[in-house]
Write a protein that binds this ligand. Structure first.
Ligand code: SAH
Length: 249
């Protein structure tokens, strides 16, 4: 069998960013693919409105479902995507925000390519920028910040092999955005303060950004962990640290 006819039998996987939650922030391409896919593999980040757009005829697989206390392991998700594509299906792997920003999109794309499956990425609007925007916070501003760094707050700063250089981050003069940072907020702010970041640096935390129940909690670096605890701040939330965080109040 020649290559062309072989390829015809293989489907394709689209790594699609669903944006931060407001369904109107979905790209036209994402909407078209969601509406025409044979299979949609999703987790919970896209939010109820977007999940509600999936057509009745498509197979929907919840990859965020917990078995006991564990999510479906990544290798099983990869295997699932490969299997469905090999059945000749058009598969949408739907991810919150942008698929290549802390979404494991890069890992999934590499696995699929290794398996010889055609992959296409459809970028999405990331929560890292859109959630602050909906709260009135521009992540750069000529009078405030000309640089932007986006980090994961998920890592425990106490662990020795951490990939984050907190000294460098404390000295960084641009806007610092932390995703997945609610649980470690106390440890991470302590780390910045320890390395000399101004305790009065403004901080804003935007929960459920761009969704109808978006909420913003504000404070300064030295107090935000306490305030967040008092306010019951929960994931998903974007944490903005820097003078832009005082804008939009
Ligand atoms: N790829 C996603 C990020 C995945 S990591 C993106 O580009 O947005 C998951 C983290 O994203 C969450 O812990 C939270 O920090 C952030 N996040 C995603 N959606 C969010 C939303 N609607 N509001 C606030 N934070 C959100």
């Amino acid at each position: 069998m020649d290559r062309l006819s072989e390829d015809k039998r293989v489907g394709k996987v689209y790594l699609v960013g669903s944006g931060p939650g407001d369904p109107e922030l979905l790209t036209i391409k994402a909407k078209r693919l969601i509406e025409s896919a044979d299979v949609i593999v999703y987790d919970h980040l896209p939010g109820p409105e977007i999940l509600g757009m999936m057509p009745g005829g498509s197979e929907k697989i919840d990859a965020g479902k917990r078995a006991g206390d564990h999510r479906i392991p990544q290798h099983q998700i990869n295997e699932l995507l490969i299997r469905k594509a090999r059945e000749g299906k058009s598969v949408v792997r739907l991810k919150g925000g942008d698929p290549y920003l802390f979404g494991r999109g890069g890992e999934e794309a590499a696995e699929l390519r290794r398996a010889g499956i055609p992959v296409e990425v459809v970028p999405g609007i990331t929560s890292a920028i859109a959630a602050p925007a909906y709260a009135g916070i521009p992540v750069t501003h000529r009078d405030h910040a000309s640089m932007l760094t986006i980090i994961t707050g998920h890592e425990d700063p106490a662990k020795r092999e951490t990939a984050l250089d907190w000294k460098l981050l404390a000295e960084f003069e641009g806007t610092l955005i932390i995703l997945m940072g609610v649980k470690m907020l106390k440890e991470n702010t302590r780390e910045l303060l320890k390395h000399g970041k101004d305790p009065k640096t403004p901080v804003a935390i935007i929960e459920r950004g761009t969704r109808p129940d978006q909420r913003t909690t504000r404070g300064t670096l030295d107090e935000i962990a306490r305030i967040a605890e008092e306010e019951g701040v929960r994931a998903p939330a974007v944490i903005v640290i820097g003078s832009v965080a005082a804008l939009g109040e």
